[in-house]
Write a new protein. Structure first.
Length: 94
């Protein structure tokens, strides 16, 4: 059972329709794609995303690329949604 299924939070009336936990040390590119291009204050690039022990690791670097002072990365599900409840577990470190 995935973490999303054991959660006590979606709001009443919401039903799990899709779940895509990260497993292993590689991104399943059939379920996920990399966010790329300029987003807010950083340039998003796949090199700043890695997967280890089932966790996505997104690295922010102070480096100038295409007019941005920072680079970062991101993931987007290939499954399209119009609306709903989204859940993630995350941690930040310095």
């Amino acid at each position: 059972m995935s973490r999303a299924q054991t959660s006590s939070f979606p709001p009443p009336g919401y039903v799990l329709k899709w779940s895509a936990d990260l497993n292993g040390d590689r991104l399943d590119e059939k379920k996920w794609m990399y966010r790329t291009g300029v987003r807010l204050e950083s340039f998003q690039q796949p090199e700043n995303v890695s997967v280890a022990a089932g966790n996505a690791i997104i690295t922010i670097r102070k480096e100038r690329v295409e007019g941005s002072e920072y680079t970062s990365g991101g993931l987007i599900s290939r499954r399209k949604f119009r609306y709903g409840h989204y859940e993630t577990t995350k941690a930040a470190r310095r």
